[in-house]
Ligand binder design. Structure first.
Ligand code: AHM
Ligand code: MG
Length: 335
């Protein structure tokens, strides 16, 4: 028999301590959790439901969308549009915001999401994930525009991700630490398995796509060179390296055993400031990482203090174990 705390129970108990809580937020999170379960199921079935391979359309960043990107985006919208908690949604997969259709009541929250991050990994059966973030809608929620979403990450009410890995997990923060839940498929519930997750301050493990090395700026070149130099180098220790190419899996590893993840600014495409998106990836992950005691910077600024300039804005991301992130940041300051 199952005896653990389910995610619903956990959220209700957490919200009970918040004066003036109406239950709206709890109910919204419930719908998000349902969407993640449905996506987990679709991802898990893989080729069995014939959704692998590229769809015809490209997303607005010019990347080929996998069928599953399209399907999971739909799942997130359908699960969250009807209940009356949201004013609008914004997704990595949609150019424009998605205001709640007139047939449904509108609420006070905004939902931002990347329905299937790391989707290039789907065909090869490697972990992917969903990333989400909740903001308050300025005003009464009836007139949400793209501008309403452009709030710094420090304004997030909640951020989380679902990781579709060897087990499906959901990791969540509402600004009171980070908690991890594992999907028990027998009962269809996420159960609290990783309470109060914390990131060790020090690490000997880094993650970066080294094939971009020639495009990095000097501070990142220096940092990685020093890691590679090992025990006899300036850092005086041997480092290990990992690269999953799924940010969710990468952040989850860091929450589990520490590490630093970098998708830095590079000169590969001068039009882009980095690869990852501020609203859909960098801000939610920064909130989680900071809540677990880690740090998250562009190299020059704390990510959550950036004032977003556009829904699909890209930023450099250096996140994880605090002392290690501070080391790279200090190299940027010296440069
Ligand atoms: P996506 O949103 O198109 O899936 O791209 C984001 C992903 C991250 O999950 C991952 O960290 C990164 O892109 C991998 O980049 P690369 O292909 O350079 O290894
Ligand atoms: Mg993504």
């Amino acid at each position: 028999m199952h005896n653990g705390t389910t995610i619903t129970q956990f959220i209700i108990e957490e919200q009970r301590h918040i004066a003036g809580a109406t239950g709206d937020f709890t109910s919204l999170l419930n719908d998000i959790v349902t969407a993640c379960k449905v996506i987990s199921n679709a991802v898990n079935k893989g080729a069995l439901i014939g959704v692998m391979g590229s769809a015809q359309s490209e997303n607005i960043q010019g990347e080929t969308q996998k069928e599953l990107d399209v399907i999971t985006n739909e799942i997130f919208i359908k699960s969250n549009e009807w209940a009356g908690h949201l004013a609008a949604m914004a997704s990595e997969e949609m150019e424009e915001i998605y205001p709640i259709p007139a047939q449904y009541p509108r609420g006070k929250y905004l939902l931002v999401f990347d329905p299937l991050d790391g989707s290039s990994n789907v065909d090869v059966n490697i972990s992917v994930g969903t990333i989400f973030s909740i903001l308050r809608c300025p005003g009464d929620g009836t007139n949400a525009t793209a501008e309403s979403f452009l709030q710094p990450g420090t304004e997030q009410v909640c951020a989380g991700y679902a990781l579709y890995g060897s087990s499906t997990m959901l990791v969540l923060t509402t600004g009171h630490g980070v908690n991890g839940f594992t999907l028990d498929r027998d009962i269809g519930e996420f159960v609290l398995t990783h309470p109060k997750m914390t990131i060790p301050e020090d690490t000997k493990e880094f993650a970066i796509n080294a094939s971009n090395q020639r495009f990095w700026e000097a501070p990142v070149q220096r940092y990685v060179e020093e890691c590679l130099a090992g025990k006899t180098g300036p850092r005086g220790k041997d480092f290990n390296m990992r690269w999953v190419a799924s940010m969710v899996a990468e952040v989850h590893r860091i929450l589990t055993r520490g590490g630093i993840f970098m998708y830095p600014k590079d000169t590969k495409d001068p039009a882009k400031a980095g690869k990852l998106r501020l609203m859909y990836e960098a801000n939610p992950m920064s909130f989680i990482v900071e809540q677990a005691g880690g740090a998250s910077w562009t190299g020059r600024e704390r990510i959550m203090e950036l004032k977003p300039e556009g829904l699909h804005q890209r930023v450099p991301v250096l996140l994880g174990s605090k002392n290690e992130v501070e080391t790279v940041v200090s190299y940027h300051k010296q440069a």
